[in-house]
Structures are given as C-alpha cells and as structure tokens.
Design a protein around this ligand. Structure first.
Ligand code: PFF
Length: 454
C-alpha cells in the first residue's frame, strides 16, 4: 500500500489546519454574532469557550486522526474494532463534510463572482442605491451562480488532486500569510473612513446585559464551526501529522490564528458598514450587500481606491473559502483512498461530481427551486442547518466520548505527550483530559438542548 503522506514542519501543519479553520465562518458569522451578543463581553466568552471546550475537542480530533493514521471514516472503528457506534461516527464524518461542501462551494462561487465584478469596477460604477440589489438578482438567477460554484469547486478539487504536500500544504503555506496581510489592509481602509469608530464600538464595547445562556451556546457553536470541528476535517488532517509533532502546540496555534482572524475580520468589516450608515445584517447580506454598498458610497471621489479595496476584500473571501473547502474535500478523498483504494485524482473527480450536483440544487434553491422548503427553510438553509446545528454537534460529542471513555488513558497520554517526551507535563495533560472527558461532552449536550429549547 502507498505510504501515507504527512505534513512537513509544525508551521505547515498550523497553516493547513488554519486554512481549514479560517473561512466564511470568520468573515460573515463572527462579526455579526459578536455585535448582536454584547460585543467585547461576547468576545471574552468566545475566548473562554475556545480554550475550555473547542480546543480540547480539537486536540481530541487530532489525537484520533494521528493515532489511527487513517481517514475519518475508519479512524474510530480501527481503534475500537467491532463497535457499530464508531462505524456510525465514521459515516457521519464523511456525510457532514459532503453536505457542507455542497453549500459552502456555492458561497465560494458567489465570492468568485463578486471578485470578478470588483475587477470590472462594477461596485464603484454602480449607484449606491442599486448596489445591494446586485446580490439578489445574481443569486436568484439560474446559470451564473451554478457556473461560478462549479468553477470554484473545480479549483479546490484541482488543488486537492495534487496531494497533501504538493497541493494542500503548498497552497496554505502561501495563502494563510497572504490572508492576514489582506485583512490588515482592509482594516487600514475601513478604520480610516469617517464614522468608523461606531463600528469598532459595536464590535468591542462590552455589554454584559446581553449575555445569557444562549450567548454561551452561540459562542461554542460558532467556535466549533470556525475551527472545523465535528466534520472529519481535523481528524483527517490529524492523520497527516508527524508522530514527533506536539499536538497541543499545533492545536493551540491553529485556534489562536483562527481567533485572531475572526477579530481582524470584524475590525475590517464593521467600521466600514457603520461608516456607510447601514445596519449590520446577518449572513450573506453582510458581505455581499452591505460591504459592496460601502465601496460604492465611499469611493465616489476615489473610484480606484474603492475598486482596489473591493478586490482585496473579495480575494480574501475567495481564498479563505478555498482553503476551507479544500479540507472538506480532503476528508472524502482520504476516505475513498483508504477504504476503496480509489486514487486521489479519481477521488477528486467523484467528489466534484457529487458535491457539484448537490451544490447545483443549493444554488437553485434561491431561484427556480425556492418553493421547495421544509419548516420554512430552502434546500440551501436545510444543508446548513442540518450540518452546522445538529450533525456537527453529534459528531463532536461522539469524538470526545470516544477519546474520554473508549481509548485507554495511557494511549491518549502517549499520543498527546508523545510518550512523555513533549513539553506537556502531567498536570497539563490531566487538565486537557478532564476537559475532553467531562467538560466538552456535557457542554455539547447543553448546547444541543439550548438550540432546541430557545
Ligand atoms: N471553518 C470554516 C469556516 O469557519 O468557515 C468552515 C468549515 C471548514 C467547516 C471545514 C467545516 C470544515 F470541515
């Protein structure tokens, strides 16, 4: 059998994992959720949730991946053979990324289209009053969003087809630093606009009166999504991590990069949105309507600057979405390779066809198929809701229970401390183990219930 590929240095592992983590979740969901839930007070809770719950789950996923050295499908069942539940977890870990990839690449396609529109200076040329309608008419049309979705997905599949080292690792090594530079450039522009301080205040002013049980559920849910947890992606990437690598350090490095990027994205977006005098809205509206409106209204006197910033902005989104989409595809490729011996290139083509077709349905659900709904949600929303609010939590729960109760404690110790050789001392290991075994599962159950009750 072919030798399993592995990532190079610690930094490249962090870049690849951060590539998976940093994505649309950071750019459109985080800034809005923060503003809605008490600004800096929520950021504090988010940091706590990341450290106490998501980071341990992350470490658990990397542990399972590296210990099993196989795809997320077989990871748990290979470590605890003969248990149906872990086979089920394996199936979930393949189904979830396929579902997410189908709608995620549709948004990737929208971003690509808006990048092209930015290059054509469409936003600066359009009257601000009309610019917000560009998005609505684009996504409700039939062909353009489908073509863009397929182009975006094909580009991601192409990178995955080149392999872990020559494809994923090389791409993220280059793009992650670029993403940070781009977002900082965007912040410079954004905070220099008149009236921008209001946006910074919206994001950072602590308002503890907004904090309640639901804020905790939001914080944990958002940080799971943002760190790509419960979706097989980190288990799969974990299986490419060298045996000598320090799991705690790479996991913490990824979590910190993801958190930093989310805060930077907020600082890039909110001041501009406030400077333009618009109410920040949730979801796609924020980045595809409000922000183009900013470019249109703020750059009447300097169209070239407006055009340049909109290119920077949409390029950031396209690249961030690509590195995330790539990690989702890799889950499927790794499964097809390990389970059925399908080679990487063929696997990529199969996944492209599958997610491409499902994505076409998601794309059409804003136009010709908009009347197909379930509980008021269209196909696109169902894909998102089912994967992000339900399946992801179930999968994350199964993973921490597996590491906490099924794997032997000595094996977990062996993996996390590299048989005691890494700088993870006994006390630190005990804390991490306790968080994985008790805190994370209880927290996930509470969030699950909160999501349904409130
Ligand atoms: N973490 C990505 C984001 O914040 O946009 C989304 C994502 C990527 C989810 C990869 C799941 C995944 F496997």
């Amino acid at each position: 059998m072919e030798k399993r590929e592995i990532f190079g240095s610690r930094l490249t592992v962090i870049f690849a994992m951060a590539g998976s983590a940093i994505g649309l979740g950071n750019i459109w969901r985080f800034p809005f959720i923060v503003g809605e839930h008490g600004g800096a007070a929520f950021v504090l809770i988010y940091i706590l949730a990341t450290l106490l719950i998501s980071l341990p789950v992350f470490i658990a996923e990397v542990t399972v991946g590296r210990r099993s050295r196989t795809s997320s499908y077989g990871a748990m069942s290979s470590l605890a053979p003969g248990k149906g539940l872990w086979k089920f977890a394996g199936v979930l870990s393949i189904a979830i990324p396929l579902i997410i990839d189908s709608y995620y690449s549709v948004i990737g396609g929208w971003s690509l289209d808006f990048l092209l529109k930015s290059c054509a200076m469409e936003f600066v040329k359009t009257d601000p009053g009309n610019v917000t309608s560009i998005f609505g008419s684009f996504i409700t049309s039939t062909w353009s969003p489908i073509i863009m979705h397929l182009v975006f997905l094909a580009a991601c599949a192409f990178i995955v087809a080149n392999g872990v080292k020559a494809g994923i690792e090389k791409f993220s090594k280059f793009t992650i630093p670029v993403l940070f530079v781009l977002i900082v450039l965007m912040i410079v522009y954004s905070v220099s606009l008149p009236g921008a301080t209001e946006g910074v205040r919206y994001l950072l002013k602590p308002d503890f009166s907004e904090i309640n049980a639901r804020s905790f559920a939001y914080a944990v849910g958002q940080s799971f999504y943002s760190l790509s947890l419960g979706m097989g992606a980190i288990i799969t990437y974990g299986s490419y991590v060298k045996k000598e690598e320090n799991i705690v350090a790479t996991s913490a490095g990824t979590a910190v990069s993801d958190l930093m990027f989310a805060i930077l994205a907020g600082l890039a977006i909110m001041p501009a949105v406030f400077a333009a005098g618009i109410e920040p809205g949730a979801g796609p509206g924020l980045i595809f309507q409000s922000v183009p409106f900013v470019f249109s209204s703020m750059s009447a006197s300097h169209p070239a600057i407006g055009a340049a910033v909109s290119i920077i902005f949409f390029l950031t989104i396209v690249v961030a979405a690509m590195t995330s989409c790539i990690s989702l595809l890799e889950v499927g490729v790794s499964f097809l390779k390990d389970r059925y011996g399908v080679n990487r290139k063929k696997g990529c083509i199969m996944l492209f066809l599958l997610c491409g077709a499902a994505g076409v349905l998601c794309s059409l659900s804003f136009g010709p198929l908009k009347d197909i709904t379930l509980w008021g949600m269209n196909i696109f929303d169902i894909f998102d809701w089912l994967s992000s609010n339900i399946l992801l939590l179930v999968m994350a729960f199964l993973t921490v229970v597996f590491v906490g109760f099924v794997l032997k404690k000595e094996d977990v110790w062996d993996e996390i401390t590299n048989s005691g050789t890494k700088k993870v001392n006994a006390r630190m290991f005990d804390v991490i183990y306790f968080l994985i075994k008790w805190v994370a599962p209880v927290a996930i159950v509470i969030i699950f219930i909160t999501n349904f009750i409130f």
